[in-house]
Design a protein around this ligand. Structure first.
Ligand code: SF4
Length: 606
């Protein structure tokens, strides 16, 4: 990782910044590096939607190389949705194209007076007027910019109506419908009056030892051929998990209130493949090809990106909608308007729950009857949210704000103000400490122990082994913390978490690409360093141990379904995780010796 581009939209300054090689080695890239850079740039006085909130795009040292599934890009800033550390990463081709255009990352500061967009083409950076683009949806925006540039292969990251309207759960969309969905990075872009960034380049990602790298890549490709979960992902995409999730009680139903739901099988990946799939799609150099393109005759859309499992559960089981075509269309609406499907679906489901309980009434919704299972209403609420119209203006603030508005904060399925993704920690106890400690708020991409426990996750050589999914011991908490450290590496490499060839192989690839001499132990230490840095950044932003929690209703057992009668016990699980991370068991604050070991003493100096 050598450099990043800095564009200040207030002054028009454009400059190249060199990354300190020692910093690159310690924080690797992706969200490791953005956390380190942002640590010095934001504090409790930073307005997430003000010009002083820096927005960072960052790739990783394997991005744009021949390493399979290593084409992602992280976007980070102070989150307008949560008020804490924000990060989201996206697949497609945008990460590699950014590197080919001459930069490993990009920092955007300030605020443009008028709507603008930026092009970065082979090192040449230009600011453009976006007046005519403002109001276009994300697909139109990508097409229009390609035409303006006469670059049919330019890769474009952009916002839709939601980002323009500063909807707190707005996503950044690229490569048709790929999304950096979580924590409201689209709203940060909108607050800067920045509609889009286009990348195109003919450069190459550097390799320190091309021969050794090629050997490792060949071995990894061979191992992926044998990997049964890769084959399953190729056949059914992430939607293939629906049936398994229903069996385990992992797919949240009726806003986490119900365990069993027979109609859920109408949302299965196999049905999607039979009735709606038009083709499989892949991100840059990915042999797994988990992406789906679907069509819906009912809603007259020929090419819908997805839906992924998370979208299917968010607009399906969570809302008691079992019509797959309607769910596909809900995902499509989110893509074109640039909304995070998880946060949007979950916030609408909370509105259903509040309405069901009589806490929310027709007078407060502007005459809308908000009920579970009402497909048309779900679609309408997506539109209202994206444009901040009527009751949508309140939904646009997210679940935590909605619940707080009606004085029932305990009813919001959020951790650190981020909507919980579509894995119920009552089905996999290890997800409880993962959610409670995840630095960006509840997140399955900061630790996927549900996959470990079903034999599909990171490899055993890291001390991460499949275990009892109902284990409430400290040991389980320790394993969860190791998974968090390992996935922090992935989020720093910006490598796809569905590519799991074995830690040693990935390490060999990283060392060959960079010339670093990481051991596996050191690499795990880097993962913990990054995770602890994000913890310290959240503490700087006002987070306390009281945020290491789950909503009470998620710690109440369900009366039926695959998790029948089980609840995670947060206390021992968190105790184990704190120990593994080297944090104080009483306060949850990283110990001085931990900060010293990781070279993070600077975090105690402000
Ligand atoms: S597995 Fe899927 S999400 Fe991951 S890189 Fe491949 S196509 Fe993209």
């Amino acid at each position: 990782m050598r450099n990043y581009l800095h564009v200040d939209l207030t002054t028009g300054l454009i400059e190249e910044k060199i990354i300190d090689p020692a910093l690159a080695r310690d924080f690797i890239g992706g969200s490791g590096l953005t956390a380190r850079l942002l640590y010095d740039l934001i504090d409790q006085n930073t307005d997430p939607l003000g010009p002083d909130n820096p927005l960072l795009f960052m790739t990783g040292p394997l991005v744009g190389t021949s390493m399979p599934s290593a084409g992602r890009c992280t976007i980070s800033a102070l989150s307008p949705l949560t008020g804490f550390w924000g990060e989201s990463n996206t697949g497609g081709f945008i990460g590699p194209e950014l590197r080919f255009a001459g930069y490993d990352g990009m920092l955007i500061t300030g605020r443009s007076e008028k709507p603008c967009w930026i092009s970065v083409i082979n090192g040449e950076v230009k600011l453009h007027d976006a007046n005519k683009l403002w109001g276009q949806d994300t697909y139109q925006t990508q097409e229009t910019i390609r035409k303006i540039l006469a670059e049919p292969k330019a890769r474009i990251a952009c916002i839709g109506a939601a980002g323009e309207q500063l909807v707190k759960m707005a996503a950044v969309i690229n490569d048709h419908g790929r999304a950096a969905g979580r924590t409201g990075m689209g709203a940060v872009m909108g607050s800067k009056n920045l509609k889009a960034i286009a990348f195109r380049g003919s450069g190459k990602a550097p390799l320190n030892d091309p021969e050794a790298f090629k050997e490792t890549v060949t071995a990894i490709l061979e191992s992926l051929k044998e990997d049964i979960s890769v084959q399953a992902m190729r056949m059914a995409g992430t939607a293939g998990y629906v049936d398994m999730a229903l069996m385990f009680g992992d797919m949240p139903t009726r806003y986490y209130q119900q365990g069993e739901w027979e109609e859920g099988s109408n949302l299965s990946g196999v049905l999607m493949a039979e009735k709606h799939l038009t083709r499989n799609t892949a991100c840059y150099r990915c042999p797994i090809v988990c992406g789906r393109e679907t069509q819906t005759v009912k809603y007259k859309v020929d090419a819908v990106d997805g839906p992924e499992y998370e979208t299917i559960a968010s607009f399906g089981s969570l809302l008691m909608i079992d019509d797959l075509e309607s769910v596909i269309y809900a995902g499509h609406l989110c893509n074109i308007h640039g909304l995070d499907t998880i946060s949007t679906g979950s916030t609408i489901a909370l509105a259903c729950e509040l309405f069901d309980k009589g806490i929310l009434t027709k007078e407060q919704t502007g005459g809308l009857d908000i009920k579970y299972g009402d497909v048309e209403m779900a679609h309408r609420l997506i539109e209202l949210t994206a444009h901040r119209e009527g009751f949508g203006d309140l939904l646009a603030e997210g679940s935590a704000a909605l619940a707080a508005r009606f004085d029932v904060p305990e009813m919001s399925a959020t951790v650190r103000n981020l909507e919980i993704p579509m894995h119920d920690s009552r089905a996999f106890s290890g997800m409880a400490p993962i959610y409670a400690l995840s630095p960006r708020g509840a997140c399955h991409m900061q630790g996927d122990i549900y996959l470990v426990d079903t034999g599909q996750g990171p490899p055993g050589e890291l001390g991460i082994h499949p275990g009892d999914r109902f284990d409430n011991s400290e040991d389980k908490g320790r394993t969860a913390a190791r998974v968090q450290a390992w996935r922090s590496i992935y989020n720093a490499l910006t490598v796809c978490q569905f590519m799991n060839p074995g830690a040693s192989q990935l390490l060999a690839g990283l060392n060959a690409a960079t010339g670093w001499d990481y051991s596996l132990e050191e690499l795990m230490k880097a993962g913990k360093r990054i995770f602890t840095l994000k913890r310290m950044l959240n503490i700087k932003l006002g987070s306390t141990q009281a945020d290491d929690r789950l909503p009470d209703f998620m710690l109440t057992s369900l009366k039926d379904g695959g998790s029948l009668g089980f609840v995670p016990e947060l206390e021992p699980l968190l105790a184990g995780a704190y120990k593994e991370h080297g944090w104080d068991p009483d306060t949850g604050i990283p110990k001085q010796e931990t900060l010293a070991e990781f070279g993070l003493e600077f975090t105690t100096k402000q």
